[in-house]
Design a protein around this ligand. Structure first.
Ligand code: ADP
Ligand code: MG
Ligand code: MG
Length: 916
């Protein structure tokens, strides 16, 4: 039994080929990343296109898998294949491993599919011992170099393979302590590594070996093959160390992938001043400029460049110091880009003036650089426009729209607190702690930063007036964060170190007191709070699109962005609408390319100015007549609001949701506010208090809200319908097309919708007769409770469209209140019950299945039914991919998310067509 199982596992190592050569003969290529790892596959690819790569071989990831499946044992054929690999390197380099005249040294390098923190560090100069070091010194006539290699090797191998590392309580790496000790004894500390003499280096080697003996209890291995097998074992071992496991879990990398190991002939950057080592990008990864970008160190091996002991110089300096090598690097830069058709991040070493390539991969980049790369490379015909679209990470695109801090000033500024980055960008302003004072200050022309413990709908005016919003409490789905996203405001929320004292009108951070009118600055991209004023500038894209700034429209950034958006429209199947409640938000969204409103929340229309009083009167009414009288006051306000929105839409459709939140949200809750209202609308304060108590609910989210309000009080829906249709009639007469889509919220039963339909159609008939117009409208529903999704076939008989309210559908589908999930959801993520926040990225398997069911049933009952999504997920790239899969007609998101959604929708459509 056991034997059979073991045999099956061994058989899984398919080919029996464990070692892939690269060099004069190359077995692998760049597409073989799963088998050879990212580094190994690209080393092979570089050999294939004739770039100068020191020869070597890659031990495949299958060996790693075998190693763990078989109690940490290698396949029996491995050793022989490695010997073949070493022989091949020997042949090509005319050196011999362990030789006493011309010794071959190798590097041992780990290489998973993607570079992965936690994996073993590279070991250089492997193959040295007390004899081969002398041979290397003789052969190169450079004893300093030979002994430098030897001390580096013992140090790296001792650290990485033998585990001679800092112990708890020690401040320094033990090998570094030995080096510092020697420098101190002999030079009083003040000497660079490159200036140590041969004798110093020999002494270091002796002390290093003693250190290893003391720590490990064994001699440092002197046989090159023992060294090699030890290093290979350490690479495979590191695949299962804690750091690597944690990283894989976090990024969902399967353990089965395994790592490869690369064994490669050494080239030496430390032979003298005609040698060196560096890292470079084929273009600038920060701003996208087409310039050679990178740094190098003269007389150094690779690890020195990143170690930060010596300060590297920009690659441009090489032009003066080693013109021939520079020219060769320029040629390589061109070759790499022409071949890989993407910006490469590569590592090189120069040995006595000759350039060698040691690694290449696609370079990481900022959103700005990604945009410029994609546009430029399409122009240069390196890539087509579809590839250009794919090259822009959708979740980074918002960076391009954010106002920015002046880079130099931000560096000097002092960070005093951190919070959640809730609205990207930079804002600087004089602080105010309430909405009224913020508005007054902003009217006077001050730049204002609104600072609150938390925000609520009453703060809206202040938030609009402010450059940015800072709150001490609340998460990324708090009121402040939601509004900030919708308005494109800079926002840092939940900065718990910020103490807000409304009474004293002060903000205290780490013992420092800021009064109203003092300056603070916030970086909503990074979640940082700075003391004082830091200079900012708006993004050219926002200035050009929203403010119509002509100079901004001429900038390259603006034009590139517009080009990208044009391509997105060409590639997309779904369209993008916006969640907007005002004409201004609508204007913004349309400027960003939205083609309609997917969610207009009417309750926001009840808050402004005097309307809230009429609304409260309506709620407090004790008879239908009283209620109707209050509604009559609200009607003209709503009608004007809708008319404004219809005008801004210029013919695009608008999905208008009828009143949704529980009524108690509109009533004043403190005794002072209640007394105030009593005076204002001439109602006894007792009646107000009684009504507030009466409307109190244990679970308002599942209470008297949504269509339940309109069913109990049809006159509310009638007023809203009338406001919509009267506005439509008015705007239509102005010559603008109007396409209202009335949406009934929280429907779980077909009959709920039918009752509301009656009210809506009656209002439509009346208005059309009164105003002698023909209106083009639809009535549909929000699918946001599981029963609605499961009975979508019944509901679709009455509904002309569905819009998925994925916020509530997630809450009701998971039985989890979003506002209360902060207490347990982080723990759920840690325990991997959920991999992503389901309120940010749709839960594909659960909530997504409800969407899928509703789509299928809805289409079966009403072919051609219009389907959209208006929850927060409508602006989330991962969720948008899901919505493309179930073939919704559109997604809707907040105005400043529209470009992100357009890009994600385009990418989703492109990746559907070409799955890989
Ligand atoms: P990482 O994955 O951390 O970048 P690498 O395996 O790329 O580790 O090695 C780091 C550096 O070590 C390389 O950039 C290069 O400078 C140096 N190095 C690796 N192999 C060799 C070699 N065969 N010859 C010379 N230098 C090497
Ligand atoms: Mg590297
Ligand atoms: Mg809802």
């Amino acid at each position: 039994m056991a034997k059979a199982a073991k045999k099956a596992k061994t058989a899984k190592t398919k080919s029996g080929k464990f070692v892939y050569l690269f060099g004069r003969k190359t077995d692998g290529n760049g597409t073989m990343k799963p088998l050879l790892g990212g580094k190994g596959a690209n080393l092979a690819e570089m050999c294939r296109i004739g770039l100068p790569v020191p020869p070597g071989f890659t031990i495949t990831t299958e060996v790693c898998t075998h190693y763990y499946a078989n109690g940490r044992k290698y396949p029996s054929a491995l050793k022989a294949q490695m010997e073949g690999g070493v022989a091949s390197i020997e042949q090509q380099t005319k050196k011999k491993f362990g030789d006493l005249t011309n010794p071959l040294l190798v590097s041992v390098r780990s290489g998973a599919r993607d570079s992965m923190p936690g994996m073993m560090d590279t070991i250089l100069n492997l193959g040295l011992n007390d004899q081969t070091v002398e041979a290397l010194a003789r052969k190169t006539q450079n004893p300093r170099f030979a002994w430098d290699c030897y001390r580096r090797f013992i140090q790296m191998y001792g650290d990485v393979v033998l585990g001679v590392q800092k112990r708890p309580g020690e401040d320094h790496e033990p090998f570094e302590t030995v080096i510092e000790g020697l420098k101190h004894e002999r030079y009083h500390g003040g000497i660079e590594d490159t200036k140590l003499s041969v004798e110093d280096l020999q002494e270091l080697v002796r002390r290093f070996k003693a250190l290893v003996k003391e720590r490990v209890g064994k001699n440092f291995p002197s046989s090159p093959w023992d060294q090699l097998m030890g290093a290979v074992g350490a690479v495979f071992g590191s695949w299962m160390n804690d750091r690597a496991i944690v990283y894989r879990r976090k990024y969902n990398i399967p353990t089965e992938w395994g790592t490869a190991v690369n064994v490669q002939a050494m080239v030496y950057g430390n032979t003298g001043d005609e040698s060196g080592s560096g890292v470079a990008f084929t273009r600038n990864p920060a701003n996208g400029e087409k310039e050679f970008y990178g740094e190098f160190l003269i007389n150094a091996q690779g690890e020195d460049v990143v170690a930060g002991v010596r300060t590297p110089e920009p690659v441009a300096e090489l032009k003066k110091q080693m013109p021939a090598a520079y020219k060769e690097l320029e040629r390589i830069r061109q070759t790499l880009e022409r071949h890989f058709r993407d910006v490469q991040d590569f590592e090189f070493t120069i040995e006595d003036g000759v350039v060698y390539m040691l690694q290449t991969r696609n370079g990481k980049r900022t959103a700005m650089a990604a945009l410029k790369f994609s546009i430029d490379m399409q122009k240069e015909k390196l890539i087509d426009w579809k590839t250009a679209v794919m090259r822009n990470p959708a979740d980074q695109l918002e960076q391009l729209l954010a106002p920015v801090f002046d880079a130099a000033e931000a560096k000097k500024a002092e960070v005093i607190a951190t919070g959640l980055p809730a609205g990207p960008g930079a804002a600087s302003g004089q602080i105010y702690l309430n909405a009224d004072r913020a508005v007054t200050a902003s009217d006077k022309g001050e730049k204002v930063l609104l600072v609150r413990v938390e925000t609520s709908p009453e703060d809206l005016r202040g938030m609009i007036a402010a450059e940015g919003i800072l709150t001490a409490r609340g998460g990324v789905s708090s009121h402040a964060a939601l509004v900030a996203r919708q308005m494109g405001k800079v926002c840092v929320c939940g900065a718990s170190a910020v103490e807000v004292d409304y009474g004293k009108r002060t903000v205290t951070v780490a013992g420092r007191v800021f009064k109203e009118g003092d300056w603070l600055s916030i970086d909503g991209t990074a979640g940082k709070v700075f003391a004082g004023k830091v200079k900012t500038a708006p993004s050219e894209i926002v200035a050009g699109l929203i403010e119509g700034d002509a100079a901004a429209r001429r900038t390259e950034k603006f034009r590139s962005f517009q080009q990208l958006m044009k391509w997105c429209s060409q590639a997309s199947r779904m369209s993008v609408r916006t969640n907007a409640d005002t004409p201004e938000q609508t204007d913004n969204a349309i400027a960003f390319g939205a083609v309609g409103i997917g969610l207009c929340r009417t309750e926001h229309m009840f808050f402004e100015g005097d309307r809230i009083d009429a609304m409260r009167e309506m709620i407090l009414a004790e008879s239908l007549e009283e209620r109707q009288a209050a509604l009559d006051k609200l009607l003209p306000y709503q009608r004007d609001d809708f008319a404004g929105i219809f005008r801004a839409l210029k013919g695009y459709p608008a999905t208008i949701r009828f009143l949704d939140p529980p009524l108690h949200e509109f009533l004043p809750h403190t005794p002072e506010q209640q007394a105030d209202l009593a005076k204002k609308i001439n109602v006894p304060v007792d009646r107000i208090r009684a009504r507030v108590e009466q409307l109190h609910e244990f679970n308002p989210m599942l209470g008297f809200r949504g269509c339940r309000l309109g069913i109990e009080y049809p006159e509310i829906s009638a007023m809203q319908a009338r406001a919509v249709f009267e506005a439509a009639a008015i705007v239509q007469k102005e010559g603008i097309k109007v396409r209202p889509e009335i949406m009934i919220p929280l429907v779980g039963f077909k009959r709920e919708l039918d009752l509301q339909l009656e009210v809506v159609h009656r209002a439509a008939r009346e208005v059309q007769a009164e105003r002698k117009v023909k209106l083009n409208y639809m009535v549909g529903t929000m699918i946001e409770v599981p029963r609605g999704a499961l009975t979508a076939d019944e509901i679709a008989q009455s509904a002309e469209f569905f819009s998925f309210g994925t916020n509530d559908l997630t809450q009701t589908g998971l039985g989890m209140s979003r506002d209360d999930s902060g207490s347990f959801l982080p723990g759920y993520a840690e325990r991997e019950i959920v991999t992503k926040n389901p309120f940010a990225t749709i839960d594909n398997t659960g909530v997504g299945q409800l969407v899928d069911i509703a789509v299928t049933k809805g289409r079966a009952a009403r072919p051609g039914i219009k389907l959209g999504i208006c929850g927060e997920h409508g602006g989330d790239p991962a969720s948008i991919h899901f919505f493309e899969k179930v073939k919704l007609d559109y997604v809707s998101c907040s105005p400043f998310r529209v470009p992100v959604a357009r890009l994600a929708a385009a990418q989703a459509a492109l990746s559907m067509k070409a799955p890989d």
